[in-house]
Design a protein around this ligand. Structure first.
Ligand code: G6P
Ligand code: MG
Length: 208
């Protein structure tokens, strides 16, 4: 029986994956190359620094550490412009209802995200107080597909991996959950998330 639920943020609870994509795409265009939605799949669940490296790899561009640092900051500034005005309406369908349903069932809830903007976003959309634990990009050092983010979340909830279920929209996130020894529900397409135990289009499908 499930005692803990660990949620990825971007693309699972909130529709911010599109803003990450737009910000990276603009950065790529500025550097003189195109960045497609297919390329973008590789960035999902991946840290900001690693995302930049992948973007530069797509464009065949190599830069100094200082220049990379500046571009990562610039991307985040752009991303912040998009998320600054977020409100409840940008919660994905069923997200809040499903969190409330789990709470009612006594399931403990943790966030497991690589984002350093996670708390800001949870506050904006009004669901921060529903979490018993927040593991985000400020707490973990190893990016998904490393299991650290989920292992830590499970530990903070005082549970074992067999008690926990992970909700993920990224291939790297599904791999991280599997590596952590947890049951994983993919949110999105079967084609990308086929390794998950179960795949649904969105959390709304799980609301009773
Ligand atoms: C999540 C997203 C990634 C993003 C990463 C870092 O994992 O899926 O696309 O790059 O967080 O987010 P941040 O808000 O810290 O740049
Ligand atoms: Mg995600």
């Amino acid at each position: 029986n499930v005692k803990g639920a660990l949620f990825d943020l971007d693309g699972v609870l909130v529709d911010t994956a599109k803003y990450h994509y737009l910000a990276w795409k603009q950065l790529a265009e500025e550097l003189g190359f195109a960045f497609t939605e297919a390329d973008n799949e590789r960035l999902k669940g991946v840290s900001r620094t690693r995302s930049l490296e992948i973007v530069l790899e797509v464009g065949g561009v190599s830069l100094s550490e200082a220049e990379k640092h500046r571009l990562a900051e610039e991307k985040n500034e752009r991303y912040l412009q998009y998320i600054r005005n977020m409100d409840e309406s940008e919660l994905l369908p069923g997200a809040k209802a499903y969190l409330l349903q789990l709470k009612e069932q006594g399931v403990r809830i943790a966030l497991g995200s690589a984002s350093k903007n996670a708390v800001f976003i949870l506050e904006k959309v009004g669901i921060l107080e529903l979490f018993d634990s927040i593991v985000d990009g400020t707490k973990v050092s190893k990016a998904k597909p490393d299991p650290e983010v989920f292992t830590l979340g499970c530990h903070e909830l005082g549970l074992t991996p067999q008690d926990c279920v992970v909700f993920e929209d990224a291939e790297a996130g599904v791999q991280a959950a599997i590596a952590a020894g947890m049951y994983v529900v993919g949110i999105g397409s079967e084609a990308i998330l086929g390794a998950a135990n179960r795949v649904v289009r969105g959390l709304d499908e799980l609301v009773a």
